[in-house]
Unconditional design. Sequence first.
Length: 282
Amino acid sequence: MNDKAATGLEELNAEITQRFIELSKRLQQVAKYVLDSPNEIAFGTVAVIAKDANVHPSTLIRFSHAFGFSGFSDMQKLFQNKLLQESPNYEERIKLIKDDTSLDQENVSIRLLEQFSDANSQALTYLRNNISQSDLEQARDILSKADSIHVKAVRRSFPIATYLAYILNHINLRCFLLDGVGGMYREQEHMIRENDALVVISFYPYAEETQQTVNNAVERGVPIIMFTDSPISPLAQQASVCFMIKEAEVHSFRSLTSTMCLVQSLAISLVHQLEPDETNDT
């Protein structure tokens, strides 16, 4: 237990992230929920939050004590104060959309289009307000100096990796998509060299194939640019630059719009570091 509790939500989140590995399995479960669901923490009762986080209510109390608070309600005030200081963010608005009961057989297609459009609009606003210029510049610097760029993502994230490899090759950067065709992930990863760069896109539940690629790159001292969804992702701490992205979600279907927008912006920004005749039509 810490002697002094955090006085702000950002401070608490940073402490949770830093101490995550040393927490027990149950407290890690609470930590993940606390970081991913701040609005639910702010508005929910201990019983409801415990049910959503799939833990016993006493575990929430132990968690708050572990971070220096006298009780759960004491910690909860940080989340409530944060919401009072800010206008409703995209997560709150998406929740309202998800609770919409107006869908029926006659209007389901257009209503879903409206829902996804609205949710992605809010997610893009969140993206614009929460990605730092310094991280973008550092990522661009890594990519521009790399001898070769290797891109890895699987399953849901794969379309983003495909597009990134496409656009980087069209601006004449040497880029390889680690697609594992023929089961040859290991052979493709063997080509990653110390002076190269690795770009990884991975969201929960964080594919084992991607984690192995990151581990291999770390051992070789290769800089890693990570696109993920949580500071406690098993990959986040290994990245040279890590972009945390909150994608829109409607009826449990998660979008890729924000990640695609960020990847596209980063890739095209590299054009400014190339000679005019070095680029192709993208």
